[in-house]
Design a protein around this ligand. Structure first.
Ligand code: PLP
Length: 369
């Protein structure tokens, strides 16, 4: 009898997808994942624990968390039935793709962007149509429209502000896309609170728009995994079929409620990050050879004159962790840094200056010798 190989039942398209890996770096100053540098306020943590302790842990959470959806509806300005809460926005991106993408369906994705879209689309058998950003990292709107239409893409995914570049799709450009493209448009607004502009106002007129947002960034809850999706209620009914029931645990549901009950606290932390973002940009721009790209998010993409890896290593060796994005298309000279606290950013800037001076002085290949 023929001996079967361990992987011969795995679909071909899955085998072809490179694994998405992220090395678990540990560092004193962590500026690599666009997280909020300000932890969730301690007294609000106490409030979450208090409410959580009162509940029976042996019971499932609500099947549909209506009270949270209600709060989100009034916070965001969209109808409750058009809101789906998930285990991070990643789960909602996955559920949306699951109902739209299958073998040979084209998915249009600007490039470079967040890697999860093409990863999941490819696992589902979809064909990725990559549409490069302009050299200044802005969206090439004419190309987005033309290529999405000519390839018959079922779905166009736009991340705005875009990770890892920070680029924002202007309102008029989004409008132009929605007027021209007949497929679904998924807007990933994970960094929405740092730029304020949203596609939400178009949901009513263009019912093929899906918006995802997260509590991981502005709300400082990356560890608790809560995201939400807004779309036409009929579409939400379909997307819900692809999401696991009870995927958001009781603790995280309570935490999201508490966050929404205390929005002023989070607005203050977003304001502090925005102020620091302005200062960090000025400091980065003072460094010779560094080019900083425009951002609408809580991070910067910047290029340096030499290869980024030795600079990344130099920073990391001194306790400062940024993201080496040089393997992304168009970003071979680039690093990405989250906006930290003023003290963290001071240390980052000083270390980056030293890194650039040292790596420029050292002949190639001598590092670590
Ligand atoms: C653009 C974008 N979308 C989605 C996510 C995932 O966020 P969540 O923590 O809500 O799953 C991230 C996380 O970094 C992101 O950058």
């Amino acid at each position: 009898m023929k001996k079967s190989s361990l992987l011969d039942g795995v679909r071909d398209q899955v085998l072809k997808v490179p694994a998405y890996t992220l090395r678990a770096y540990d560092a004193e100053i962590k500026l690599n994942q666009n997280e909020n540098p300000y932890d969730f306020p301690a007294e609000l943590k106490d409030e979450i624990l208090r409410r959580y302790r009162e509940r029976s842990w042996s019971r499932y959470p609500e099947f549909v968390p209506d009270s949270l959806r209600e709060r989100l509806a009034s916070f965001a300005g969209w109808t409750r039935d058009g809101i789906l809460v998930g285990n991070g926005s990643n789960e909602l991106l996955q559920a949306s793709l699951m109902i739209l993408v299958r073998d040979r369906i084209s998915v249009a994705i600007p490039s470079p962007t967040f890697a999860v879209y093409s990863l999941i689309s490819r696992v589902l058998g979809g064909r990725i149509v990559e549409i490069p950003l302009n050299a200044d990292m802005s969206y090439d709107v004419d190309e987005l429209i033309a290529r999405s239409e000519e390839t018959g893409a079922r779905l166009l995914i736009i991340c705005t502000p875009n990770n890892p570049t920070g680029s924002v799709l202007e309102d008029g450009d989004l409008r132009r896309i929605l007027d021209s493209f007949s497929g679904y448009v998924l807007l990933d607004e994970a960094y929405y609170e740092f730029c304020g502009s949203s596609g939400l106002k178009y949901l009513e007129k263009y019912p093929r728009v899906i918006i995802t947002r997260t509590f991981s960034k502005a709300m400082g809850m990356a560890g608790l995994r809560v995201g939400y999706l807004m779309a036409h209620p009929e579409l939400v009914t379909q997307i819900t079929k692809a999401k696991l029931p009870y995927s958001v645990n009781q603790f995280s549901l309570i935490a999201a409620q508490v966050a929404l009950d205390n929005l002023d606290r989070f607005r203050a932390s977003v304001d502090a990050i925005l102020q620091e973002r302005g200062r960090l940009r000025e400091e980065l721009e003072k460094i010779p050879g560094v080019r900083v790209y425009p951002t609408g998010a809580n991070f910067f993409l910047f290029s340096i004159p030499s290869h980024p890896r030795p600079v990344f290593d130099y920073l990391y060796d001194r306790g400062v962790l940024v993201r080496d994005v040089s393997s992304y298309p168009m970003l071979s000279q680039c690093l990405r840094v989250s906006v930290g606290t003023p003290a963290e950013d001071d240390r980052f800037i000083a270390t980056l200056r030293a890194a650039l001076a040292e790596t420029a002085a050292a002949p190639a290949g001598t590092r670590g010798a």
